[in-house]
Every structure is written in structure tokens, then in C-alpha cells.
Design a protein around this ligand. Sequence first.
Ligand SMILES: C[S@@+](CC[C@H](N)C(=O)[O-])C[C@H]1O[C@@H](n2cnc3c(N)ncnc32)[C@H](O)[C@@H]1O
Length: 281
Amino acid sequence: MTQDLPVGAVTEFYETHPISEQQIIDKLQMDGVDPALVTEDILQDYDQDHYGGVAANDALAELASIDDGCHVLDVCCGLGGSCRYLAHNYECRVTGVDLTESRVEGAKRLTAMVGLGDRVAFQTANALDLPFGDGTFDAVISQEGFCHIPDKDRLVAQCVRVLKSGGRLAFTDILATDSTTQRTRQRLQRDMAFIELGSHNSYRTRLEREGCVVEVEDVGDVWRAILVDRLAMFRSLKDQTVERFGSSHFAKWDDTYSFFVGLYETGELGGGRFLAQPGHG
Ligand SMILES: C[S@@+](CC[C@H](N)C(=O)[O-])C[C@H]1O[C@@H](n2cnc3c(N)ncnc32)[C@H](O)[C@@H]1O
């Protein structure tokens, strides 16, 4: 029962998010690209819903040693931008899972549009109950999704469980810092469905407890500038957001996102890029 509330808050947040399958298709059309003829080389610049675009995918691919022999799991895959990018550019197989069904359905359609359906598959699933056997994947990745997930011990254990021996977990996440106040955590929980924020140290401790060797890169400073641009991007989507969800939704989103971006200026939020290798701890 206690799990029901967070799950509903997360799916509602993403069902009313300014970035959507339709918004991606509209943007392609506005730029003169016929969605029926789009290729992954073009789509990859429209469908990345994490910080740092395709370069962030390359950074994780390098950390996780992803190549054409790999089967990769993308946890919290959203609309599947990273899944398609990795399959296309690294020729690997990718499975994406996400809690929000409309995201998964959108991911499937966008993937079929660019003809990658033979190498990229999606399932609606909760990261806390990954529907895969032990030792299924060569690499597990995730980007800016874990902040929505309670019970980080279980989350980390699930990601490690589905890795093959010698596999690698590489992910980025929005992190609390020493100066994150309780008031800020509560507002982010209420308005952005950030159910539980991890930190550099809390992830490191949990991953080491799972027997992993851990490397952490602080990406908070890099994200600060990216997030200022992202706020401007959301503002540029004002007309579409108002049309889909109404002006009060846009105003609330703008207020919330400005607050969120400001937390990177004050140091109340940070970011981390993690590599965890089980069996080496
Ligand atoms: C910021 S989006 C990231 C999208 C994607 N990683 C990308 O880079 O385009 C976060 C995603 O996490 C998903 N999510 C949140 N909680 C989840 C959970 N418990 N299990 C699976 N997915 C979850 C949300 O539905 C949302 O699509």
C-alpha cells in the first residue's frame, strides 16, 4: 500500500510532462522532417530526455564497455531515446523498462518508426521488481530516473541481480547534497515526484554493500548550465503545453522547474555519474 502513492505520483508526473511522443513528432514536423521518413540519425537529436543529450549516452556506453555483443538493460527508459541511440550506434541489443505505460507505448512506436524494433524491446515494469532472471544483461544503465524511486537498497540490488558475471552498472542521477533541506526534499517530492533522493555517498555505500567496486564522477557543475538551457527549452514549449494541459499546468510547471534549476545554483542539488562492477568488492 505504501508503494501505491509514489507510483501514482510518478506516472501522473510523466503523463503530463511537456516532453512526449507527440511533442517529438510535432518538433520533427516543425523542422521539416517527415516522421514517416525519419531515421535514427535524425531522431536522436529530438528524443533524449536526460541531461547532456547523446554525449551522455556515449559516456555511459564507455563506462559500461557497451559493444555489439552486449544485451543492455535501460532502467527508467522513458521514451527510449537512449535505447535507440545505443542500438544504432553500438549495434547492441537493448531492453528498456519504464513504470509509465504511455512512455513505453510511445517508445515502441518511435522505435518502430526508425526500424530498430528487431534490436530494441520495451516492457512496462517497476525497477523495484525487474521482470528478468538473474544474470540476464551485460550492462545496466539508467539516466535521471532513480530519483523517483523509493527503497534504493532494493533498487540497487535489483540492478546488480540482473547483471551477468563481469557485467557493469552505469547510471546518472539527480542527487541531494549536504545542504539539501527537508523543505526542499518535500517540495521536490510533491511537485516533481522525486520520491527519494540519493547522494554520492549513499549510492556508493549501497553499491559497495552489493559487492561492487564503485567509481563516481561529480556532474553537478556540468548539469547547472544544461539545466538553464532545459528551462528555456520547456518555456519554448509553452504553447504546446498550454494546449495539451492548460495554462495553470504550464504556470505550475514553470514555477516548479525554475525552483529545481535554482537548486543547482545554490548547491542544494547535485548530480553523479556512477560505475559499479559487481563481484569486485
Ligand atoms: C527523466 S525520465 C528519464 C527518461 C530516459 N532515461 C531518457 O534518458 O530519455 C524518468 C523516467 O523514470 C521512470 N520511472 C520512475 N520511477 C520508475 C520505477 N519505479 N520503475 C521504472 N521506471 C520508473 C518514469 O516513468 C520516467 O519515464
